[in-house]
Write a protein that binds this ligand. Structure first.
Ligand code: 4NP
Length: 151
């Protein structure tokens, strides 16, 4: 059975689609399923933000097949690892966890790179293009660590 990983942010249009595409690019497709979701539902059904699509494309990753979805309690059952982009997403997801097993699946993503430091992937939505470059680099670094750990 494939190992299933879910990336979670607020809108599921900027950070978690990048995290999904980047981690997917580092893992064998037959053994891992990577998906993403948002704790907010405003963008459900939409493509990733143009700026996320552009930065991913710059580094050879196509995320135009993605469609935004809302994080739901069923995701605790369907995924083995749930990585949240910031402390607010982390708390919101944890609050929906039905039991201890579900809680144990939830991690703040950058703690894989900086254990225990609780560093957020900053929300780039209201900023400029450089925010997306910064987010891409952070996610690329941490996804390298996650991919090594899981393979
Ligand atoms: P994301 O960024 O959580 O990285 O997808 C955001 C996208 C949309 C909104 C906030 C953050 N929004 O408020 O619509």
């Amino acid at each position: 059975m494939a190992v299933k990983i879910l990336m979670v942010c607020l809108g599921n249009i900027c950070r978690s689609p990048l995290a999904e595409g980047i981690l997917q690019s580092k893992l064998p497709k037959d053994k891992f399923i990577v998906d993403s979701a948002g704790t907010g539902d405003w963008h459900v059904g939409q493509l990733p933000d143009k700026r996320s699509i552009a930065i991913a494309k710059k580094y050879g990753i196509d995320i135009t097949n993605q469609v935004a979805q809302h994080f739901k309690v069923i995701h605790f059952e369907n995924f083995d690892h749930i990585y949240t982009m910031d402390m607010s997403n982390y708390k919101n997801v944890l609050n929906l966890a039905p039991n201890e097993k579900a809680k144990s699946k939830v991690k703040l993503i950058l703690n894989e790179l900086f254990p225990g430091e609780n560093v957020d992937v900053p929300d780039p939505y209201y900023g400029g293009e450089d925010g997306f470059e910064n987010v891409f680099q952070m996610l690329d670094e941490v996804c390298e660590v996650i991919a090594k750990k899981l393979t």
